[in-house]
Design a protein around this ligand. Structure first.
Ligand SMILES: [Fe+2]
Length: 413
């Protein structure tokens, strides 16, 4: 059930900003010092810490509950990759834990002269706060989005694909890592990949997702998946499924089989809320990326029944550079037991906003606006969550309450 608290008043007078130029964030520390630090959830009470050094250094993380006092030390691994003439720095990753919930830890990556960072672990129980932002890129608009997110007290960030917009120019991946470090080193950033992560060049670089897979190792092993391109995780009372729009999703694919088995394992008593993220939206009334068969329509036709039968509460997508919130839907019609679909591809990348919409607005599209912004989802308890979309340029939000399908007796399977 939706309760729309604030509507569109005044939105028509808003002058939408143009696309922003890409920034480049350089590194001003030594070649052995940690940079591009980011963290992600890695199974039960553990976090994966990832960072890059220009030169070979130890893959160790020291951490503790007081600044400068490190009670624990964990070792990990490092790797690098080549992309045409580019050779990446040393990409380190270390899994640390067990960690206590809702606790701030201080940590240092690699050598002692690296800077100290801190993070806060997510809570063990409700309430939990998510920040949601897709198609982020690295422009002034991205900086604005990150500034807005940094002012909120979120626990975990969800990113439904299109991260750096490096688009084959690998140093831009490093720049992006530096841009997001102040946030991504403090809270787990859980991401899935978009079309801008593919980076395949026929005959020249045949492998897909090379930079993404090396730089953003998500907990796929921990969730029984065979690929970094699809995985799931549990946090507080929420089960989150990350899907890949640009890898096989048909009934014979490993992604489909993994999704079936992952959904079978979901216990709604333990995780009353069930979310999914995918890059290319299955529902979209914007003119941009309309009806893209390979990534949106075919994937929806293949997998929508799995998500519907499992009573997934919300599906977040990106790809379209705008915000749109749909009603609960299934097979393109309103359905009280279907997921809410939300497109949140308005993080701020250099391609700009997708401002043209299909007219008239379909009945299942509740709110749509082409402005840069981000979303916040506060899951208050097992049955209620508040969703708010904030436009970067002012405080006029789209805000609504969701009720979990696990708590809706009409939808219990
Ligand atoms: Fe995209």
């Amino acid at each position: 059930m939706f309760v729309v608290l604030l509507g569109l008043a005044g939105a028509d007078n808003y002058v939408r900003p143009p696309a922003g130029r890409s920034l480049f964030v350089s590194h001003d520390h030594s070649k052995t010092s940690s940079q591009q630090v980011h963290i992600s959830l890695a199974g039960n009470a553990q976090l994966r810490i990832s960072w890059i050094t220009d030169e070979l250094t130890p893959s160790t993380v020291k951490y503790g509950k007081s600044s400068g006092v490190y009670e624990a030390l964990m070792n990990g691994t490092s790797s690098s990759y080549r992309y045409i003439i580019y050779k990446s720095g040393q990409i380190h990753e270390v899994v640390i834990g067990p960690l206590e919930p809702s606790t701030t830890y201080y940590y240092k990556c690699g050598i002692d002269s690296s800077p100290e960072h801190s993070f806060r672990t997510p809570p063990a129980q409700f309430p939990i706060d998510f920040a949601v932002s897709g198609d982020l890129g690295q422009t002034e608009w991205t900086k604005s989005t990150l500034q807005h997110i940094s002012k909120t007290d979120y626990d975990v960030l969800l990113l439904p694909g299109d991260l750096s917009y490096a688009d084959f120019y690998q140093p831009s991946w490093d720049s992006y890592g530096r841009l997001i470090e102040p946030l991504a080193s403090q809270r787990p950033w859980m991401v899935t990949q978009g079309n801008h992560e593919v980076e395949r060049i026929p005959l020249i670089h045949k492998e897909r997702f090379t930079a993404y897979n090396h730089r953003y190792h998500m907990p796929f092993e921990e969730s029984g998946s065979s690929s970094n391109l699809f995985y799931s995780f549990k946090v507080a009372g929420v089960h989150v499924i990350m899907l890949g729009s640009y890898t096989d999703f048909g009934p014979d694919s490993s992604q489909y089989k993994w999704l079936e088995s992952d959904l079978r394992k979901v216990d709604r008593k333990q995780t009353p809320w069930l979310f999914a993220l995918v890059h290319a939206p299955w529902y979209n009334s914007n003119s941009a990326h309309q009806g893209e068969k390979e990534s949106s329509v075919d994937m929806r036709n293949s997998m929508e029944n799995l998500l519907y039968n499992a009573r997934v509460d919300i599906v977040f997508a990106g790809h379209v550079h705008a915000y749109e919130r749909f009603a609960r839907v299934y097979k393109q019609e309103a359905d009280k037991c279907g997921p809410v679909h939300i497109t949140i591809g308005d993080g701020g990348n250099r391609e700009g906003l997708a401002t043209k919409y299909k007219d008239p607005q379909p009945k299942i599209s509740v709110f749509r606006e082409a402005s840069f912004g981000h979303g916040q989802l506060r899951v208050v308890n097992a049955s209620h969550a508040q969703w708010t979309w904030y436009r970067n340029d002012n405080a006029q939000p789209d805000s609504t309450w969701f009720t979990s399908l696990a708590s809706d007796s009409a939808c219990v399977v």
